[in-house]
Design a protein around this ligand. Structure first.
Ligand code: SF4
Ligand code: SF4
Length: 123
């Protein structure tokens, strides 16, 4: 079980820019969390949220399911990035693949199913 949490700090943190590690490319073709979420709370495409285009979880769907079942975390459990030792290799391969791929259609999820594509990156 995982618990929703947040951290408060008064550390003097420096605001910097996001670092692109090609996670978006992988999420577009993976979608395991979207398909596994019982109440269908995870959108399969980025949504505009308060002026930002971002991956979005509908907490009006997630939280009731989470509370009824005294926890959930299915989305975290199925995510390939949650598997120990996998994330670094996925990032390296996705960045290499981005350099090779000429057509955006190669990354749009239409040619093969997600399991096939993930297996492609998991070796
Ligand atoms: S915690 Fe459960 S209900 Fe909430 S988004 Fe993840 S899979 Fe869906
Ligand atoms: S399971 Fe993980 S890698 Fe796959 S779409 Fe969801 S967040 Fe992205």
């Amino acid at each position: 079980m995982f618990r929703l949490a947040y951290v408060l700090t008064d550390l003097p943190l420096v605001v910097d820019e996001p670092v692109d590690i090609a996670v978006d490319d992988f999420c577009k073709l993976c979608q395991l969390c979207t398909r596994a979420c019982p109440p269908g709370a995870i959108f399969g495409e980025k949504q505009w949220v308060r002026g930002e285009l971002k991956w979005y979880v509908d907490f009006d769907k997630c939280v009731p399911y989470f509370n009824e079942n005294m926890g959930c975390g299915i989305c975290l459990a199925v995510c390939p990035y949650s598997q120990p030792g996998v994330a670094e290799g996925l990032v390296t391969k996705m960045l290499r693949r981005r350099e090779r791929v000429k057509s955006p259609e190669d990354l749009d999820g239409s040619k093969h199913d997600a399991a096939e594509k993930i297996a492609d990156f998991a070796d």
